[in-house]
Design a protein around this ligand. Structure first.
Ligand code: PGA
Length: 217
């Protein structure tokens, strides 16, 4: 075994959530009379949690906390009903998780998506519950790239950080894993490009989920 545990990012790594996130965010903008953004722009808007997403998509940069809270509530109302229209596992993810799980490795998800939506996504797409720990953004825990969530998972797994692979698709993910002292794997099928992963010191960069398995087992 080349590691004892793996932590996965969710949006852009396990699940292609881009269309549904963009649709709900644009519907939120429309609700408040703001212009929509092209779906591809959301590749860069998403990644630092829901509050930051709202800050990035509304015009100007002077929204108050109260306004941001209102936007977040509206987004939540919309996304609750529409999160699963086009969302799907990336090709090869199901098989990758099945192989890692069958090998007895401990698996976890760590996302900046709100915690309840993270749990909903994982429960829906992985009904066989291969992940021992599933954490989205939670009150009281610093979001990624702060390594707090990754370190908490390592402790709960009872595995040294050097024996954990952290897999994600963005600079934030590479910074999180590296900051926790884990080896980071950047995935090319996600929201961002290879250069971003290189510039943020990915230990390895992979083109397919099957390659992750070769670094793990
Ligand atoms: O919803 C977000 O902001 C990002 O979610 P992720 O951490 O799973 O990429």
């Amino acid at each position: 075994m080349k590691c004892r545990g793996l932590i996965f990012d969710l949006d852009g790594t396990l699940l292609d959530t881009l269309d549904d996130l963009a649709m709900a965010a644009n519907a939120t903008l429309e609700n408040f009379g703001f212009p929509a953004h092209p779906v591809d722009a959301y590749r860069y808007f998403v990644g630092e949690g829901l509050r930051t997403l709202m800050q990035r998509i509304v015009p100007g940069s002077n929204a108050t906390d109260e306004q941001l809270n209102e936007y977040m509530v509206k987004f939540g109302e919309i996304y609750t009903n529409t999160w699963n229209v086009n969302t799907r596992l990336y090709e090869g993810i199901f098989e990758m998780i099945a192989s890692l799980s069958a090998a007895g490795l401990q698996l976890a998800v760590l996302s900046n998506k709100p915690h309840l939506f993270t749990q909903l996504c994982v429960e829906t797409f992985f009904p066989e519950q291969p992940f021992a720990f599933v954490f989205g953004q939670r009150d009281g825990v610093a979001k990624k790239p702060n390594p707090a969530g990754a370190l908490e998972i390592a402790e709960k797994m009872g595995v040294a950080v050097a024996d954990i692979l952290y897999v994600g698709d963005t600079a934030t993910d590479m910074q999180t894993g590296n900051g926790a002292g884990m080896r980071t794997i950047g995935v090319e099928w996600g929201f961002r490009d290879r250069t971003e992963l290189e510039n943020n010191n990915a230990w390895k960069i992979v083109r397919t989920p099957a390659e992750v398995v070769t670094y793990a087992i």
